[in-house]
Ligand binder design. Sequence first.
Ligand code: GLN
Length: 273
Amino acid sequence: MTLLEALTAARQRIDRLDARLLLQHATGCSHADLLARPETPVSAPAGEQFMAWVERRATGEPLAYIVGEAEFRGRVFQVSPAVLIPRPETEVLIDLALERLNGRTAPRILDLGTGSGIVAISLALECPAATIVAVDVEKGAISVARNNAGRLGAQIDIRQGDWFAPLAGETFDLIVSNPPYVAEGDPHLTRDGLPFEPRLALSDGDAGGDGLACIRHIVATAADHLNPGGWLLFEHGYDQGAASRNLLTAAGFKTAFTHPDLAGIARVSGGHL
Ligand code: GLN
């Protein structure tokens, strides 16, 4: 089987771009190799690996879990089914956080529910003067985050625990989070590869609820862990902006705001003490 034959076979089953990326991962060839030398033979083991991956992709498994990595903000992160796959809209959270850190000399930052660590690691690499603590409740996520921090050279204190539980007595200048916020009954959870992602990272598990249980807990508890003037910023669903601002205001945060993502969808809310 040649590269071109492998691609042609895969394209009966899956999307063209996915087929190309899987073939590159299976063979170690670059996109340029595929274009310039499509007649190159694929070794038997690489061909078998590729066709097995194509079958997995055809069942809806996200490409990132098949190849074990995904890109976020120009960096490659290891991912496993213990963590969410990075979403480009989460970049808004990073941009807003960096704006708020401007001018602070040695800020202390907390990332709650770090998962693969994309938020904490991006902030550590883009704000090297910061001290960063990242928390996740899942052992599987902790090991992925530690691995990513090590591979990307980010200094982060990564701790296992339930939200603020491992942070008794500690305060920060900025708390960020991409918490679970999809309502338990939302049909979105059954589509677009979401069934392959950890439910604990997507939804608060509150059947019949509004998806805001984790956000409620974070907003209600954050003030105990923020320095005077400190900021809280968190990602949420397209229809949770107003509810998020109300929660922030009720908890004593000033100038509660909501910021849209690149698609114009309400995505991150926050405020400061
Ligand atoms: N935005 C993601 C989705 O709707 C969910 C991310 C999250 O729950 N934090 O697929």
